[in-house]
Design a binder for this molecule. Structure first.
Ligand code: ZN
Ligand code: FE
Length: 253
């Protein structure tokens, strides 16, 4: 049986390690040193590297790791990401034989064009597209693409554990509460998040059920949220209109 452990890196990144007592696979190693320290402390061999998108805080440690461990790097190829050894596309599969895991791959553009998600039963690695109570910035592509990508993730089973690449939950919840002040699930998540952070513990993984109950970007048809945005001048109350207004407000919040 394998475990999934957060390796904190950089300012607020998590490098997720899938591991047993012998080997590990890491997701989005933006830094090599904390991964090498993790492997050495537990006597693990690196088996492979998974990559959700090409931002440096997700790929910055790959070259150094591969000087020590000449392992495959699975992700979507892009001219600005020289590290990928195995190109993955929509509908692709990745078998991690060491752990008996089979990931399905979907393309989830809207943060960056090359962003993919790794999906196994009850497990989602979603990089910078879906965060605890929030979503990634729309750097490339359209708000419609980001919205569509998030909708696809929201359709995963409620029990799916959501492994995001950043610890942004507390700040995102302040925004979620501004959107829906009366949402009890958000209020409860604020309290739970404060406790975890006070103990210096990750607020992740969350679950698809929790995100659907508390993440404003998955709640664009909720009346209270729409009313809040209307009070701020929203006129286009289609789901995409609400989503776009929400993403713009969050950029300035
Ligand atoms: Zn990113
Ligand atoms: Fe990032």
């Amino acid at each position: 049986m394998f475990k999934i452990t957060a390796i904190p890196a950089l300012k607020d990144n998590y490098i997720w390690a899938i591991h047993d007592d012998h080997r590990a696979v890491v997701v989005d190693p933006g830094e090599a040193a904390p991964v090498l320290a993790f492997l050495n402390a537990r006597g693990l061999q690196l088996d492979s590297i998974l990559c959700t998108h090409r931002h440096n805080d997700h790929i910055g440690g790959i070259a150094k790791l591969r000087e020590v461990y000449n392992v495959p790097v699975y992700g979507r190829r892009h001219p600005d990401n020289p590290h990928i050894t195995h190109d993955l596309r929509e509908g692709g599969q990745l078998k991690l034989d060491a752990f008996g895991i089979v990931f399905g791959v979907i393309e989830i553009p809207g943060h960056l064009d090359d962003h993919i998600a790794f999906i196994a039963p009850d497990t989602l690695f979603c990089g910078d597209v879906l965060f605890g109570a929030g979503c990634g910035r729309n750097f490339e592509g359209t708000p419609a693409q980001l919205h569509h990508s998030l909708q696809r993730l929201a359709q995963l089973p409620d029990s799916t554990r959501v492994y995001c690449a950043h610890e942004y939950t507390a700040a995102n919840l302040r925004f979620a509460l501004a959107c829906e002040p009366d949402n009890v699930a958000i209020q409860q998540r604020v309290a739970a998040t404060q406790q975890l952070r006070a103990a210096n513990l990750p607020t992740l993984p969350s679950s698809i059920a929790l995100e659907k109950a508390t993440n404003p970007f998955l709640r664009c048809s909720q009346p209270e949220l729409i009313r809040t945005l209307q009070q701020r001048g929203l006129t286009d109350t289609t789901e995409l209109g609400v989503f776009t207004a929400l993403r713009e407000w969050r950029n300035r919040f």
